[in-house]
Ligand binder design. Structure first.
Ligand code: NAD
Ligand code: DAU
Length: 338
């Protein structure tokens, strides 16, 4: 099987490539990635010489390039490529529409033209919007995105659905909850707080910190995608979740305890506009129909993740310089103005 992974130099994509090459060593992987600020070839240094792996630097919005790649006997496209940070989508929505919507349409068009066997769209629980204290979204819950990021992901989902309905494209959509684990860019809550806490820097909690996310260890997401790739039904949507719901303050406490750092590092800062209060997914469909379940408990996953960031300081210290620090300076100025 020859798989085109887009966005494979990012957090989940790089974990997925390594998962597939270790479980299916005879599969071929082509990784198409633009190497934005979030793309990092260091994530893949241990497999870069694998005969069945090829990296191509490029943009999913580049139709000619995408067609040239897909024409070369691609069986499956797994589309991870995206702009992924909610805060950045508030400051600069345009690139989110370009990559997440237009880029997905270009991939869909190539999949159709060259008759790929499966197109898997990696979507997110954020497309359903925010939940109150109880309940969980199912695959048939309405799409009510609240940020430019989630609106662009929901738009892409609707395009994928339309290519299935109108043109009969063999497509599947997966919607996963918040991931965490090795190689996550340190702008997202867990890696930002671990790497800040390691150097006794402040942990900026948005608002009251009682926002809830449903967390999944990244390897369990990769396993779920393995089930979808091999057993998923064309035209379906699969929610993926571990059902480990935590408030941001609970997570922060766990990180501080594990690193033996004081709670005084917590700083409550101005809230994110339209901040979704709670995410939770009902993932009984993938569990019952495809036999998937997560292996790592949240406590195991977070312990492994903290240990990974302690052991891999070179990886994230290389990131937390120049462009990264400039973004943070702008981020705090822009946030105060909102
Ligand atoms: P990430 O930001 O770590 O990586 C995104 C990757 O896409 C980067 O390597 C980047 O260079 C690449 N990319 C961006 N624009 C591109 C373009 N135009 N052409 C080619 N490559 C491009 O993201 P992630 O957290 O690994 O998320 C991967 C996917 O999973 C995204 O589609 C995201 O919406 C989805 N998702 C993420 C989470 C999460 O918690 N991180 C949860 C559910 C779904
Ligand atoms: O739910 C899946 C989504 O999870 C993915 O689709 C997105 O790509 C991914 O970025 C993530 O979105 P969130 O907005 O939930 O993740 P983030 O890590 O940015 O924030 C998690 C929670 O922590 C959220 O309630 C905001 C809060 N937060 C975040 C940061 C970065 C803080 O309180 N302080 C912070 O500095």
């Amino acid at each position: 099987m020859k798989i085109l992974v887009t966005g494979g130099a990012g957090f989940i994509g790089s974990n997925f490539i390594k998962y597939i090459l270790s479980h299916y060593p005879h599969y071929e992987i082509v990784n198409l990635d633009k190497l934005t600020y979030a793309g990092n070839l260091d994530n893949l240094s241990d497999i870069e010489d694998n005969q069945n792996y090829q990296f191509i630097k490029g943009d999913i919005c580049d139709q000619k390039l995408v067609e040239r790649i897909v024409e070369d006997k691609i069986d499956v496209i797994v589309n991870f490529a995206a702009e992924t940070h909610v805060d950045r989508s508030i400051y600069d929505p345009k690139i989110f529409v370009e990559t997440n919507v237009l880029g997905t349409q270009i991939l869909l068009e190539s999949a159709l033209k060259f008759k790929t066997d499966i197109f898997i769209q990696i979507s997110t629980d954020e497309v359903y919007g925010s939940l109150g204290k109880v309940g969980a979204f199912t695959e048939s819950s309405p799409l009510l995105p609240n940020s430019p990021y989630s609106a662009s992901k929901a738009s892409a989902d609707l395009l994928v659905r339309s290519y299935f309905k109108t043109f009969g494209l063999s497509a599947i959509i997966t919607r996963c909850t918040n991931n965490y684990g090795p190689y996550q860019f340190p702008e997202k809550l867990i890696p930002l707080f671990i790497t800040n806490a390691l150097f006794s820097q402040e942990l900026p909690i948005y608002g009251d910190g009682l926002y809830i996310r449903d967390w999944l260890y990244v390897e369990d997401h990769c396993k779920a995608l393995d089930s979808v790739l091999h057993k998923g039904k064309i035209g379906e949507i699969y929610n993926i979740s571990g059902s480990y719901e935590k408030t941001n303050l609970e997570i922060t406490d766990l990180i501080l305890k594990k690193l033996n750092q004081p709670k005084s590092l917590i700083k409550h800062v101005k809230d994110r506009p339209a901040h979704d209060r709670r995410y939770a997914l009902d993932s009984s469909k993938i569990r019952n129909e495809l036999g998937w379940k997560p292996d790592a408990s949240f406590e195991e996953g977070i312990a492994k993740t903290v240990d990974w960031y302690i052991a891999n300081q070179k990886w994230w210290q290389k990131i937390k310089t120049g462009e990264y620090l400039e973004y943070y300076q702008k981020h705090y100025v822009l946030r105060e103005k909102m």
